[in-house]
Design a binder for this molecule. Structure first.
Ligand code: COA
Length: 164
């Protein structure tokens, strides 16, 4: 990943450990938006996992976007984890979370975060990026699917989960 990819008033760069509180808050807002619920709080170990990913690129990456003038607050974040599968020749990255502050949408922040994620994947010699789409009932499902399509992603089918 280049250390800094600048997009006009914004800077897209690898997260630092002093971003963790803001990253967790961003992901809570993402989950609230996707679920339509309020008051979501992440788990106690989220902070520690965030720190480990920031410090160890073999686990994945966290890339943030901030306003140049207000270096502390985040306007967007993307998190990646690294996975392996027999069906693909090299490890690949899964986009776990992607969120842009609603006040900063539609100015290319999401696309810039995806670009930096691609650079991280290329530098880490990964074979692809994968992402799960939001739940089918999500009001912006089609817009989200089109957003990824415009940024070079193609469909691979829905994912399912079983909670342990
Ligand atoms: C999807 C998302 C990251 C895009 O961020 P962004 O910075 O607005 O992206 P860009 O400016 O590069 O592209 C904008 C396009 O994203 C699309 N889009 C997808 N979801 C959208 C949403 N919830 N609100 C607004 N636009 C959305 C629109 O088509 C928009 O195009 P338009 O400006 O012509 O309407 C952002 O809308 C978001 O955080 N959405 C809520 C969380 C989410 O859905 N995350 C992905 C989960 S898999």
């Amino acid at each position: 990943m280049s250390d800094q990819a600048q997009t006009g008033e914004y800077v897209v760069q690898p997260a630092r450990t002093d971003d963790i509180d803001n990253i967790i808050h961003s992901i809570e807002q993402l989950l609230e938006e996707l679920s339509g619920k309020t008051g979501i709080q992440l788990y106690q170990n989220s902070y520690e996992w965030c720190r480990r990913v920031i410090e160890d690129p073999s686990l994945g990456a966290i890339i943030v976007c901030r306003q140049k003038r207000s270096a502390k607050s985040l306007v967007g974040v993307i998190t990646l984890s690294i996975s392996n599968a027999i069906r693909v020749p090299k490890p690949y990255a899964v986009i776990e979370e992607l969120w842009v502050d609603p006040a900063y949408r539609s100015v290319g922040v999401g696309a810039s975060l995806l670009d930096e994620a691609m650079k991280f994947a290329e530098k880490s010699v990964l074979s692809r990026l994968e992402v799960g789409l939001p739940p089918f009932g999500f009001p912006n499902y089609t817009a989200t699917e089109q957003f990824y399509g415009r940024n070079g992603f193609s469909p691979v089918g829905a994912r399912m989960k079983r909670i342990l």
